[in-house]
Write a protein that binds this ligand. Sequence first.
Ligand code: FAD
Ligand code: NAP
Length: 287
Amino acid sequence: MHHDMTIHDKVDAMQSGSALPRDAERPAFPIPANVYAETVLSVRHYTDRLFAFRITRPQAFRFRSGEFAMIGLPNAEKPVFRAYSIASPSWDEEIEFFSIKVQDGPLTKYLQKIVPGDTVLMRQKSTGTLILDALTPGRRLFMISTGTGFAPFASLVRDPETFEKFEQVIVTHTCRDHAELQYGVELIENLKHDPLIGELVNDRVTLYSTTTREVTPRMGRITRLIENGRFYTDLDIAPLNPETDRVMICGSMDMIKDVKELVEARDFVEGSVSNPGQFVVERAFVG
Ligand SMILES: Cc1cc2nc3c(=O)[nH]c(=O)nc-3n(C[C@H](O)[C@H](O)[C@H](O)COP(=O)(O)OP(=O)(O)OC[C@H]3O[C@@H](n4cnc5c(N)ncnc54)[C@H](O)[C@@H]3O)c2cc1C
Ligand SMILES: NC(=O)c1ccc[n+]([C@@H]2O[C@H](COP(=O)([O-])OP(=O)(O)OC[C@H]3O[C@@H](n4cnc5c(N)ncnc54)[C@H](OP(=O)(O)O)[C@@H]3O)[C@@H](O)[C@H]2O)c1
């Protein structure tokens, strides 16, 4: 179950006292230096562990699609800041995030309760390794993700530059359950019908979603599906080849380690902006 949070939900949330302290009772914490204070525009809950939200974009804020920023809440003298991949593309007028809800997490135990109108803090600098400029030219771009590791690819797959640089874009997303895949499924579907980029993307983007716990028609870890060849036969594509393909990886540390080993065994070389290569990696969370 998921739904968009409307102004009515906002009123309900305020009355039930579930969100952040409201105006009258909110202590006036100063906004720290070098931090933007932005307004929440919309919130959408996908599961009891996942939600997405959009905030206003500061006029002066520039980032490259695929980067992450540090975000927090104005709920303490020294707010907790956490790394978040920006899920919207660099051209977007708003900033989107795709977030986990950790029940006792120092940030997300509060962040999961935000409603439109609330303030989210964002440090002014963005950074990251999942950058198109860190890859040498190629024909196919594979984006391999688990869980919220899909977020930077939600940004890159909506950036026309990705399609200027690559002929084919194949995004994989693996989660335990079917409902956790919904954000990605809707995003790719909407992209194909987008008036701005839909024509450019057309049939050049493919989403390959799999589950590992809930029984669905397409199951398995991506590592296993690549190794046993099912990934290639399902999509009717040629196997990974460092001559033609580039790979971006984002997910848990275990997943990154295994996919890194898999591509290195196929002679892919890791890249960076200063020394572009055939694949790049970023952790979707620590732990
Ligand atoms: C480069 C980078 C980019 C990140 N981008 C995102 C993002 O786009 N969306 C996002 O939700 N998180 C992202 N994270 C994780 C994020 O920084 C926080 O860890 C997360 O928001 C939880 O914060 P917390 O303070 O509530 O709990 P924390 O104390 O940070 O985490 C508590 C525990 O929860 C688990 N956990 C934390 N984050 C996740 C997650 N995303 N998925 C599954 N388990 C998790 C881990 O086991 C962790 O030890 C990113 C982390 C890094 C390093
Ligand atoms: N997802 C939940 O419903 C849930 C609920 C409560 C607590 N948690 C905890 O929250 C943390 C993060 O959970 P998460 O589900 O977001 O992330 P996760 O455990 O990293 O799993 C996300 C997806 O990645 C797959 N995966 C894990 N390791 C892999 C590897 N080495 N190679 C390829 N694929 C791999 C998982 O498959 P497998 O299923 O095969 O591992 C799963 O489909 C964990 O500590 C977990 O115990 C999760």
